[in-house]
Design a protein around this ligand. Sequence first.
Ligand SMILES: *Cc1c(COP(=O)(O)O)cnc(C)c1O
Length: 235
Amino acid sequence: MDRLAAQRKRLDAACRAAGRKPGEVTLVAVTKTYPAADVVRLASLGVIDIGENRDQEAAAKAREVEAEGVAVRWHFIGQLQRNKARSVARYAYMIHSVDGVRLARTLADAVRRERDALLEVLVQVSVDGDPARGGAVDAPDAEDRALWRVVDAVAEAPDALRLRGVMAVAPQGWEPVAAYQRLAGLAERLRAEHPGATAVSAGMSGDFEEAVAAGATHVRIGSAILGIRQPPGVT
Ligand SMILES: *Cc1c(COP(=O)(O)O)cnc(C)c1O
């Protein structure tokens, strides 16, 4: 996979440019729309952090990959409906997209029923506070309550959920640098209260360099590794 090698080089270069150690940023390979065989192939090349954004697709892929005897860590990065919580709790290592108090509580219950290991949780924030965008907690300013309510709901379930940090997607029309610096500010405030919440999931194929410069610990890379996805409905 030439594209994987190239992506790894660019990620290492972005780390060095930011004065960070290559290797301190986790590459999450986003395999949505690609088959389980690609996950197995990535794992054989040392990429064991795998991102998916739809439960139906991810659950089936997780079963196939497990049947091959291959172990990876599934990162759920898409908007999550509460009625999918039990399914996701069966295979996910980390959920990047916890965006509400009720979802946090439902996930905690699902973890208690479905597994022994804690589920790692990131709270997804909307850095511009646009309520029209689904899947993100409104976090427009330092006083924002919604974000901290979700944080508290996760922190209140330490027997099931491990609060690990925050995630964001740069809003349309924003400079990625500005968006990710804002996210970094929220992450710093979160760490002040929850020292274990050190993760910042930010950056995709088009803007991971800016995210790494702003302190991302996890980048979510799909098309740069696997190729451009077909639009839905096109076969
Ligand atoms: C699909 C997706 C990615 C990866 O996007 P690319 O541009 O293909 O790298 C990252 N994050 C989320 C939330 C996604 O849904």
